[in-house]
Write a protein that binds this ligand. Structure first.
Ligand SMILES: Cc1ncc(COP(=O)(O)O)c(C=O)c1O
Length: 401
C-alpha cells in the first residue's frame, strides 16, 4: 500500500471546520514509513521507538492486583498519593536534593507532561529554543499556540552535542523557554553537566524556563552517571523536568509519566491537567509504585543488552559507505548523516522499498538534518546484523557523494 493519501487529506485539508493550528502538526515521518512497511513482506525494523524487552513480571502483577483490588476509579488530580510519595523519595535520594510530593504531577505518559508544559507557556509572540534534530512533539506544540522557534542544530561529526553558547546567543527578549532532551531522541546524545549548567544558569539569570525531557534517564551506557537538570540547578523557579516509566521499565503502553517542578508551577499545571486528561491510568500508577520499589535488576539487564547492540551498530555503521556515525551514549538511537545535500527521505524510502529495511528519515526530527536517518537498536543483534547485510551492499552501489 502506498503512503496513505487519506493521511495527507486529513492533515493538510483546509476544510474550514478544522482549527488552522492543526496544520502545524506534520504528517509523522514515522507513520509514513511504518504504514508502507506494513504492506511489505520480510521487513527488518530499525525504526522502533519503544523498548523491545518485556515489562518485568512484578510490574505486570502489580497492575493486575490493583485491578483485582478494585483500583479502577479516578485518583487525586495530582496523581496516586503512594506514587507521588515514591517518586519524591526516589528522586530526593537519586539527586540528593529534597523533593516533596507537591513537586510532582502524574500525567498520561511523558507526552501529556510535554503537552502541558509547552502549551501552558507558549502563546503568540513568545519565542522558544529547541535543539535540531529533536523529538518531533516539541515544535508543533509550541507553534499550535502561536509560539516561534529558533532551532539550534547539532551534527553527527560532533556526536550531536549541543553548544551551550549557541543556545545562549539565541536568547531574545521574548524568549520564554528552552527545551532540552538528554539522552536525545533521535541522536542518543547525552549532554555533559557543563552544558546543562551553562544553559540553566543563563536561563535562571534571564528568567527563562528550561523544560528538560529526561525519559531516557536510565538508558546511559559505559557506567556513566546521568547528568540530570535536577543535579545542575539549585532551585525550581526556572525548571520543569519531565519523565515517565515508558522507556525505563518497558511500560510505554501503560501511559504513566510526570512533571517535576516548583510547587507553584505544579499547581498551575494541575488545573490544566484536570481539563485535559483528568488523571493518569489508576492501575498503571500502582504498577509505577512497584517499578520504583524493585526495578534495579531489570535496568541492569536492559543496559547490558542495549550496550551490546549499540556497540555492534557503531561497528556496522562504520563499515557502511556514505554514512557518518558516532558512538551514542544513551537511549537506543543513532542518527548517522549521509553526505551533505543528500535527501535522507529518498534514501530511507528507497532503502525500505529495495532492501526491506525500515529506518526513519531525518526530516521527521527537524529542519537541519534532512540528510540523516534515525536507526533504532531496540531490536536484537541478529536483526541489526541482518539489516546491515542488506544496507551495506545497497549503499555500496549508490552514488551519493
Ligand atoms: C524524547 C521523548 N520524550 C517523550 C516521549 C514520550 O514518552 P511517553 O511514552 O512516556 O509518553 C518519547 C517517546 O518516544 C521520547 O522519545
Amino acid at each position: 500500500m502506498p503512503v496513505s493519501r487519506l493521511d495527507v487529506d486529513l492533515y493538510e485539508s483546509e476544510d474550514p471546520i478544522w482549527n488552522p493550528a492543526l496544520l502545524t502538526i506534520p504528517i509523522a515521518g514515522i507513520r509514513k514509513m511504518v504504514n508502507m512497511a506494513a504492506s511489505m513482506d520480510d521487513v527488518i525494523h530499525l525504526s522502533i521507538g519503544q523498548p523491545d524487552l518485556p515489562c518485568p513480571k512484578h510490574i505486570v502483577d502489580a497492575t493486575v492486583e490493583a485491578l483485582q483490588a478494585g483500583q479502577t476509579g479516578y485518583t487525586m488530580d495530582a496523581g496516586l498519593p503512594e506514587l507521588l510519595e515514591s517518586l519524591a523519595a526516589y528522586y530526593s535520594e537519586r539527586y540528593q536534593r529534597k523533593l516533596t510530593s507537591e513537586n510532582f504531577l502524574i500525567t498520561t505518559g511523558a507526552t501529556e507532561a510535554i503537552y502541558l508544559a509547552l502549551t501552558a507557556v507558549a502563546a503568540p509572540g513568545r519565542h522558544f529554543i529547541i535543539p535540531d534534530p529533536a523529538f518531533m512533539l516539541y515544535a508543533p506544540m509550541i507553534r499550535m499556540n502561536g509560539g516561534e522557534i529558533t532551532e539550534i542544530s547539532t551534527q553527527a561529526e560532533n556526536n550531536h552535542q549541543l553548544d551551550p553558547q549557541e543556545v545562549i546567543d539565541a536568547i531574545q527578549p521574548n524568549t520564554y523557554a528552552i527545551v532540552l532532551n538528554s539522552p536525545s531522541n533521535p541522536t542518543g546524545t547525552v549532554y555533559p553537566k557543563e552544558t546543562l549548567e551553562a544553559i540553566l544558569q543563563e536561563a535562571a539569570y534571564r528568567g527563562i524556563q528550561v523544560i528538560s525531557d529526561e525519559v531516557y534517564d536510565h538508558l546511559i551506557y559505559d557506567g556513566k552517571e546521568y547528568p540530570s537538570a535536577l543535579a545542575c540547578s539549585c532551585d525550581f523557579d526556572h525548571l520543569m523536568v519531565i519523565s515517565s516509566f515508558s522507556k525505563t521499565y518497558s511500560m510505554p503502553g501503560m501511559r504513566v509519566g510526570w512533571v517535576i517542578a516548583s510547587q507553584a508551577a505544579i499547581k498551575k499545571l494541575r488545573r490544566y491537567h484536570m481539563f485535559t486528561t483528568t488523571v493518569a491510568n489508576t492501575p498503571c500508577q500502582w504498577a509505577g509504585v512497584a517499578a520504583l520499589r524493585g526495578g534495579g535488576d531489570f535496568i541492569g539487564h536492559m543496559l547490558g543488552e542495549y550496550t551490546v547492540r549499540r556497540d555492534r551498530l557503531v561497528e556496522l555503521v562504520e563499515q557502511t559507505p556514505h554514512l557518518t556515525g558516532y558512538k551514542p551514549e544513551g537511549a537506543f538511537y543513532m542518527f548517522p548523516a549521509l553526505p551533505a545535500g543528500v535527501n535522507g527521505t529518498n534514501v530511507a524510502l528507497r532503502l525500505l522499498k529495495e532492501t526491506g529495511v525500515c529506518t526513519i528519515p531525518g526530516e521527521t526530527f527537524g529542519v537541519s538534518c534532512t540528510n540523516a536517518i534515525r536507526l533504532s537498536y531496540s531490536t536484537s543483534v541478529e536483526n541489526i546484523e541482518r539489516a546491515f547485510e542488506r544496507i551495506i551492499p545497497w549503499m555500496s552501489k549508490q552514488d551519493l557523494d
